[in-house]
Write a protein that binds this ligand. Structure first.
Ligand code: KG4
Ligand code: ZN
Length: 344
């Protein structure tokens, strides 16, 4: 059979993503972000995100069809993120996907957002296919999860996740207390240039022997954030200047160190010589650098999809839908709901 032409819809957070793929070939990846509307609140406001999806979806679908050079009637199937994510935001995408599927009389596939990040890897155009099993580290403003992927569509295991803030959220919160604008990740990355990452020893969350017993693959960033806040406050109280580059570099080092250490530990523990990265925090220069260094040392193959496929997007959802179809899975029907805490 010909490879299926799938339209994917992603609305779990602040990005309205519409992607179109044919099998594992990327045809269109249109993203409309409401990031700017959230900036003055210092984080994503669910109600604003949902409303923005409602406004952006129609134009994004039109733009994606034009980019792919296909007509709506040619679409073989629709795939949509049904969770996890912001409930109201998810509902807008799920509603649109159902309407499309009914109108076109095509099958609809509900997919998991986190697994979608893993599925993005099949869209790389370097001709290499992902080998399985792989460990996947997914880090964004909304999630920080470590997964063991044995099969892209039917065997994904959650090894661990953050017990408080997501890594991107920690970047955003620390940027805010340093007086840097939202989103904070790129700001801190920039501010850290020239800073000494060893100048301040910020804590590594859930990395001490006692934590590792229960939380070997879990993450925690709220203690780190508090520690940075206290350090900066003490400087300010003492009337001293805050060395921005050193604070940014030291904070970034702590996050990168913990993320990479736990991901590499999982690979070694499980005997899986492959690590896939995904999520917006993968844009972080130090996270990429440290992952490359430690994976090379440990003999682990590191895979990082292009950034446009790492951040939230509809193409990865379409790609996962196509994988489901090609593996012979039944469609989801029209009775499913959005699930903000959908497990993998
Ligand atoms: O995947 P993404 O676009 O989607 C959402 O979570 O909505 O990730 C956005 C997150 C934000 O928290 C942002 O601060 C963080 O990724 N981020 C970064 C960098 N670029 C974006 N964090 C650290 N370093 C960066 N260079
Ligand atoms: Zn995501």
């Amino acid at each position: 059979a010909a490879e299926p032409l799938v339209l994917g819809i992603e609305t779990s957070c602040d990005e309205t993503g519409i992607g179109i793929v044919r099998g594992s070939t990327l045809l269109a990846n249109v993203i409309s972000s409401s990031m700017e509307e959230h900036a003055r609140f210092g984080g994503v406001v669910p109600e604003i995100a949902a409303r923005a999806h409602l406004e952006a979806l129609g134009p994004a679908i039109t733009a994606a069809l034009a980019e792919a050079g296909v007509g709506l009637d040619e679409i073989d199937a629709v795939a949509v993120t049904s969770g996890p994510g912001l409930a109201g935001a998810l509902m807008v995408g799920v509603g649109a996907a159902k309407a499309l599927a009914v109108a076109l009389d095509r099958p609809l596939y509900a997919v998991n957002h986190l697994v979608g990040h893993v599925g993005a890897d099949v869209l790389r155009d370097d001709g290499t296919a992902i080998e399985l099993p792989t460990v996947a580290l997914l880090v964004s403003g909304g999630h920080t999860s470590l997964l063991l992927v044995r099969d892209l569509v039917s065997d994904v295991e959650l090894l661990g996740e953050t017990i408080d803030d997501a890594a991107g959220e920690a970047f955003d919160k620390v940027a805010r207390l340093l007086g840097l604008p939202y989103p904070g990740g790129p700001q801190i990355d920039r501010a850290a240039v020239g800073g000494d990452p060893r100048s301040i020893r910020f804590p590594r969350g859930l990395s001490q022997a006692k934590d590792l017993e229960r939380h070997r693959y879990d993450f925690s960033f709220s203690g780190l954030k508090t520690s940075v806040a206290r350090w900066v406050e003490q400087k300010r109280d003492a009337g001293e200047a805050v060395p921005l580059a050193d604070v940014a570099a030291s904070f970034r080092e702590s996050v990168a160190d913990v993320l990479v250490a736990k991901a590499v530990a999982a690979c070694l523990d499980l005997g899986v010589p492959r690590l896939l990265l995904g999520g917006g925090v993968v844009a972080n220069a130090r996270v990429r650098e440290l992952a490359a260094e430690r994976c090379a040392e440990a003999g682990i193959e590191l895979r990082i999809p292009p950034l446009a496929l790492c951040t939230d997007n509809g193409a990865m959802i379409a790609a996962l839908g196509a994988q489901l179809i090609m593996a012979g899975h039944a469609p989801s029907g029209l009775g499913f709901s959005a699930d903000s805490t959908l497990p993998v």
